[in-house]
Design a protein around this ligand. Structure first.
Ligand SMILES: Nc1ncnc2c1ncn2[C@@H]1O[C@H](COP(=O)(O)OP(=O)(O)OP(=O)(O)O)[C@@H](O)[C@H]1O
Ligand SMILES: [Mg+2]
Length: 252
């Protein structure tokens, strides 16, 4: 299945330094159309840097990058990026922050708000529509950012630890939700996490990065049946993947 599909993204032998600091070493990976791919790696291994490279926020020293997504009218690639740090606009209410990508696309404010209203309960944000970001918890801001990224409707979503500061139940709910929408809307996802379990549960394939400078040390295909529910985490196959990834991260 993987070989015949079209790639929406590929990095080939990418090297990246920040001055004297080598951050990425010969990094190569790809994401197929409709695929859910995760980068798993220790802090400082260059995961967020990879996202900044893909979105053009920073350059590379050598290697190359191919992006094959539809273009915006501006000529830029249509990629939705949820950075690790939330980027909600402090002067806009929650609902207006979330509706922003729709409004930027030219959707009328009332129509945008209708769409936002439907999804607000899914993200557990009902009752907070009129709040400003500084009145929200860290997890709420994260969910609002995720919702906004989702509403941008690009076919490649880059999600940088979107569930990092959530409680266990909300996290599991949002993971299940993400799998549902991913399957329904057939988007390609490149996901970053520190969590081995989250990576296995969500992904078609996982790339493990070494500690700095980040190198791809393992590519693992996850052949668990879909649709997946969180109870799959107790299965023997799941445990087997967990062990492989754990060993790889520990450098065995
Ligand atoms: N703008 C920058 N200038 C200089 N160094 C940078 C810059 N951005 C990132 N770095 C360095 O690059 C390295 C990789 O950072 P990056 O944010 O990509 O790591 P990460 O894998 O996302 O880590 P984490 O899991 O903690 O989010 C770090 O050592 C960091 O200090
Ligand atoms: Mg990061």
């Amino acid at each position: 299945m993987i070989n015949n599909q079209e790639q929406v993204l590929s990095l080939n032998q990418v090297n990246k330094n920040y001055d004297k600091l080598q951050v990425l070493n010969q990094v190569s990976f790809y994401v197929n159309e409709g695929e859910f791919v995760t980068l798993l790696g220790p802090s400082g291994s260059g995961k967020s840097t990879i996202f900044r490279i893909i979105t053009g926020l920073t350059g590379i020293d050598s290697g190359n990058l191919e992006i094959n997504t539809p273009l915006h009218s501006s000529g830029k690639n249509k990629i939705a990026y949820m950075p690790q740090k939330d980027t909600l606009l402090p002067w806009k209410k929650l609902k207006d922050n979330i509706a922003l990508p729709l409004i930027l696309k030219g959707v009328k404010k009332e129509d945008a708000w209708e769409k936002v209203k439907e999804l607000i309960p899914v993200f557990g944000l009902e009752g907070f529509e009129e709040y400003y970001p500084n009145q929200l918890s860290g997890g709420m801001k994260q969910r609002a950012s995720l919702m906004r990224t989702f509403l941008a409707e690009s076919n490649l979503m880059l999600l940088d630890e979107p569930f990092a500061s959530l409680d266990a139940i909300t996290r599991t709910n949002l993971q299940e939700w993400l799998l549902e929408v991913w399957q329904k809307f057939n988007r390609s996802v490149l996901f970053v996490t520190h969590s081995i379990e989250e990576a296995i549960y969500l992904s078609d394939r996982i790339y493990v990065l070494s500690k700095q400078p980040g190198e791809i040390i393992l590519e693992l295909e996850i052949n668990l049946p879909r649709p997946r529910k969180s109870d799959i985490m107790t299965s023997a196959e799941f445990n087997n993947y967990r062990e492989i990834l754990y060993k790889s991260l520990r450098g065995n």
